[in-house]
Design a protein around this ligand. Structure first.
Ligand code: GLC
Length: 623
């Protein structure tokens, strides 16, 4: 009986010989004409062999990423595209799993129809589930996962997200955000895990491991993209220059030591976790736009940290580098951007690259390095062997198993900020439920849900807090919504769900940190014995009015489609275990935290949260 190893070792030459005889040309074609397809060769050798075959147009094509609304299959082929993306809300017409998979497959077929058949990479922002897809499980945004603070939970959520992405044919996620926000007035606060570099490092690495798994060549592995390098969460209030933004895409005006101490650790952890793509930040440092910063993108990331994957620009981020587009392209690529999320006019971008090569502002070596990095990642993930992932069961998208996981994450992310002991809602309590977020999946989900900015209402299938409470306590839920304001109605418990209006990126930058109470507190207070306020927000918000009226205050962040997780902590089916991952400022002016002591200008320090009976889970509330 041969040992297993012997069998492998002794028969291989015979098989290869047979293959060469029986399949004339097969072995030869792979071995000679297209050696980059020979998986027995080292990745570097395969990349070199392919690059040697590529024309300049084909090389520049690999560096080009266009959005799906700006390119059809013919364009993918004619421009030799390396990648196509869906921006926020970039969905096919029917926006169902089959439609998504057919769309991605059509783009891939076009890429494979080109002379060298280099497969394209399709990328999407799946930052809290596969959030562009109607019917997908929408998990709590990262701020909630930061409040739960459990890397294992983050990894499970990321893996579930990857499973839903693969069902639609997509293996590249522009996530996780590993920003370390230093001012919660930033509209992207909720996309991040917290203000502490160590927490962000741990949870960012867990998200990457969940998405990528243990073997990137597994056709169900999804590429992660830690973003946005470097310092996106540290911009100063009022430094933004994009539209009417206040902080987003502004200037991270700190010294090198602070930049490295706060914003770099998550990338060191991300690379150690196996990240192969990094997205550059729109923001600037004191040295100027990150998208044109050779010191950060090349010397630090690729040199000092030894990053061998590729850097992708942000959405038209290159355009912001210089008023002259050709100059901007040359500056960004020379600084270390390898793939450009153009995302509209591919021809114009490719012409700009050729112009740069002609004038010498871009070198052939830089182009070859960028292409090598892109091909390296495509080869590592087995994209040449599996241009499309397996056609898994479409019902995995929005599956009961994933929704149960999301419900668990929602309950574990809830933070009890204040209580007089009024929770849990008892089995015989009567309840009135009001508030702008009481019956609204869109309010529960926030931005980056179905559309870029998100939106109010029944935007995708899910369970509202009202649905879940009605399921749980039946007729003891006396009323929901404005009707609850009718005179004379009395109940043991009033629940007011206050919600921020959905927003994304700089659109959500806030000078006030206000959350609309809409008169619900005054309306309900005199009608109930115990008043509970649930906050649906992407960040800490001002609490003066709420704390003056409520007996209980809960931060539920942006829980997503599974509102039952909020009810689980309200009725005591799940314990309160969450702690705020951001310092809770007393006023907007106290929001900037860099260099401040935990309770300097703060109501609650980072890590604060209570158990149901009011016992602190971490540090005490600020004096
Ligand atoms: C956006 C975001 C970035 C996202 C990209 C594609 O502007 O800054 O996080 O991945 O564009 O949607």
């Amino acid at each position: 009986m041969w040992e297993d190893g012997d069998v492998r070792l002794s028969v291989v030459p015979v098989i290869a010989l047979l293959a060469a005889i029986v399949l004339p040309g097969a072995g030869a074609t792979q071995a000679t004409e297209r050696p980059w397809l020979d998986t027995s060769r080292p990745i570097e050798e395969r990349a070199s062999a392919l690059i040697a075959e590529m024309t300049l147009d084909e090389r520049i094509g690999q560096m080009t990423q266009l959005e799906m609304g700006s390119v059809d299959s013919a364009g993918v082929a004619s421009l030799h595209l390396g990648s196509v993306l869906s921006g926020g809300g970039g969905a096919p017409t029917r926006n169902d799993v089959t439609d998504w998979r057919e769309m991605v497959a059509a783009y891939q077929d076009a890429a494979l129809s080109t002379r060298l058949a280099i497969p394209m990479l399709y990328g999407v922002d799946a930052i809290h589930g596969h959030n562009n897809v109607r019917g997908a499980t929408i998990f709590p945004h990262a701020i909630g996962l930061g409040a739960a603070g459990d890397p294992a939970l983050v990894e499970r959520v990321a893996r579930a997200t990857a499973e839903e992405m693969v069902a639609t044919g997509i293996r590249w996620d522009f996530a996780p955000v590993v920003a370390v926000p230093q001012d919660v007035r930033w509209g992207r606060t909720y996309e991040a895990f917290g203000e502490d570099p160590t927490l962000v490092s741990e949870l960012g690495a867990a998200a990457i491991q969940g998405l990528q798994g243990t073997d990137l060549a597994d056709p169900t592995a999804v590429l992660a993209t830690p973003k946005h390098f470097l310092g996106d969460g540290g911009t100063a209030f009022g430094s933004a220059t994009t539209g009417d933004y206040l902080l987003d895409q502004g200037v991270t005006d700190v010294d090198e030591v602070t930049l490295r101490a706060i914003h770099l650790p998550p990338y060191e952890a991300a690379l150690a976790a196996g990240a192969r793509i990094v997205m550059a930040s729109f923001s600037s440092t004191r040295d100027g736009k990150v998208h044109a910063d050779h010191r950060l993108l090349t010397d630090l990331l690729k040199g000092e940290l030894g990053f061998t994957g590729f850097v992708v620009s942000d959405w038209a981020g290159v355009d912001q580098v210089h008023p002259d587009f050709d100059t901007a392209v040359a500056m960004a690529i020379s600084a270390g951007i390898d793939m450009v999320m153009v995302p509209y006019d591919g021809q114009r971008f490719q012409d700009a690259v050729r112009a740069g090569l002609t004038t010498g502002t871009i070198t052939q070596d830089r182009i070859e390095d960028a292409v090598r990095r892109i091909l390296r990642v495509k080869l590592e993930m087995g994209l040449f062997e599996h241009p499309m992932p397996p056609a898994t069961d479409p019902s995995v998208v929005g599956s009961a198993v994933h929704r149960a996981l999301a419900r668990e994450a929602v309950a574990r992310s809830a933070v009890l900020l204040a209580t007089d002991g009024s929770l849990p809602i008892d089995p015989d309590d009567t309840v009135l439920l009001v508030g702008s977020g009481a019956s609204d999946i869109g309010a529960q989900s926030g931005g980056w849900t179905i559309t870029w900015q998100g939106g109010r209402g029944a935007i995708t299938p899910g369970t509202t807090i009202a649905d879940a409470l009605r399921d749980r306590i039946g007729g003891r839920l006396l009323a929901v919504g404005p009707a609850a304001g009718a005179e004379g109605l009395l109940a043991d418990v009033g629940v007011v769900v206050l919600a921020e209006e959905p927003y994304a990126e700089g659109v959500g930058d806030s000078a006030t940190l206000a959350i609309r109470t809409g008169g619900f507190l005054d309306q309900l207070r005199p009608k109930v014995d115990r008043l509970v306020v649930v906050l649906l927000s992407g960040r800490p918000v001002l609490l003066d009015e709420v704390l003056a009226s409520a007996d209980v205050v809960i931060a539920a962040w942006l829980p997503g489609t599974e509102g039952a997780g909020v009810v689980d902590v309200l009725v005591g089916e799940a314990p309160f275990g969450g702690t705020t991952p951001f310092t809770w400022p007393r006023t907007p002016d106290d929001a900037r935290r860099t260099g401040k002591a935990p309770c300097d200008g703060a109501r609650f320090p980072r890590g604060y949260g209570l158990t149901t009976d009011g016992t602190p889970l971490g540090p005490a509330a600020c004096p």
